[in-house]
Ligand binder design. Structure first.
Ligand SMILES: NC(=O)C1=CN([C@@H]2O[C@H](COP(=O)(O)OP(=O)(O)OC[C@H]3O[C@@H](n4cnc5c(N)ncnc54)[C@H](O)[C@@H]3O)[C@@H](O)[C@H]2O)C=CC1
Ligand SMILES: O=C1O[C@H](CO)[C@@H](O)[C@@H]1O
Length: 310
């Protein structure tokens, strides 16, 4: 049994595959990108891709998907595709979405996220994506980050371009504001989550409000430091699986989505088996981060958004 087959219900009546392929692609990995995506969809059975306007891969992804559709390897409706509105286009999520759809060569995405609860002062094309002053400090705009989500609600209600909307990197405080001031509960909140950063209060808040939690950087991002933790390796031995399998199941057995990234076709092909982690295993894993919280994605623009342990 594969964790890739698990689906989680969303609050809009649809469902999302619990494991999605992350598509952040470092410059030196642009070569293997196509093979990685094709292997994920055709050989491993991934049905969920997590991408974003900011990643700079949507044009390539669109070409790859077109080829797979035309070859009859997969149908559009079998895939769940997420894209995101970057803060440099905070004032015009419609442009962000239209740019993404054009690059992806799609009529709709299954999920459209506000990437960060932030507003950057960029031009009408969202350039530069991260504006900085002469001292290297990010230049924020005067606007209210919630206006982006309000405009996304208009897109959701009045077009067929998105099946669901949601947020990313939202703290409890930001979610409380959103729930008070708008009438569409986000389908998901995507944030960094793994045994070194269990964020139980935020997870509970989301689950109490029927917001599906999506875990990013589940391996700790570049170099996969979380796969090297002693307990993760002990559990891998106990269940005769890999450390990465333990980290994927840490989320899926708890009803969360997880978005692993790999450019290695052999690893991708292997997929992730279901592992019957016990309540005690999960508690022991989370204890690592409760004792010593460690965040790996610490972008300077995110330090004031109210997320703990920045
Ligand atoms: N909403 C947001 O702000 C963010 C979203 N994301 C999403 O989450 C995805 C995943 O997060 P990332 O930070 O990219 O990285 P990640 O935590 O998935 O780790 C990637 C690293 O793990 C290694 N790896 C992959 N499979 C492995 C295995 N089986 N064993 C050992 N090492 C392995 C890779 O070589 C790479 O170095 C992104 O691609 C993106 O889609 C990531 C960061 C921020
Ligand atoms: O999604 C994202 O990916 C990059 C880094 O991996 C991060 O800045 C952004 O939120």
């Amino acid at each position: 049994m594969s964790a890739l087959d698990i689906r989680i219900p969303l609050n809009n009546g649809t469902s999302i595959p619990a494991v999605g392929m992350g598509t952040v692609c470092p410059e030196d990995k642009k070569g293997p990108f196509k093979k990685a995506i094709v292997t994920a969809i055709v050989d491993a059975g991934y049905r969920h891709l997590d991408t974003a306007w900011f990643y700079g891969v949507e044009e390539d992804l669109g070409d790859i998907l077109q080829e797979l559709f035309q070859e009859g390897k997969i149908k559009r409706e079998e895939l769940f595709i997420t894209t995101k509105c970057w803060p440099s286009l905070w004032n015009n999520p419609e442009k962000s979405l239209n740019d993404s759809l054009k690059s992806l060569k799609l009529d709709y995405v299954d999920l459209f996220l506000q990437h960060w609860p932030l507003t950057f002062k960029s031009d009408a094309n969202g350039q530069p994506p991260v504006p900085r002053d002469d001292n290297g400090k990010v230049i924020f705009d005067d606007g209210d980050f919630l206006d982006t989500y309000k405009k996304m609600i208009d897109i959701y209600k009045n077009t067929d371009k998105v099946k669901a909307i949601g947020v990313s990197n939202y703290s409890i405080g930001n979610l409380e504001r959103l729930l008070k001031e708008t009438d569409v509960v986000p389908a998901v909140n995507q944030f960094e989550l793994h045994p070194q950063l269990p964020l139980q209060d935020l997870v509970d808040f989301c689950q109490d409000h029927k917001i599906v939690v999506e875990a990013y950087s589940a391996f700790g991002s570049g170099g996969a430091p979380v796969t090297k933790l002693p307990l993760v390796n002990e559990l891998a031995k106990k269940y005769n699986v890999t450390p990465a399998d333990i980290l994927i199941n840490y989320h899926t057995v708890s009803g969360r989505v997880v978005l692993p990234r790999s450019q290695n076709p052999e690893r991708i092909k292997k997929g992730y088996p279901k592992v019957p982690l016990t309540k005690e295993d999960l508690e022991n894993l989370a204890e690592i981060g409760e004792l010593k919280p460690t965040r790996y994605i610490k972008e300077d623009w995110g330090k004031d958004i109210g997320m703990p342990y920045w």
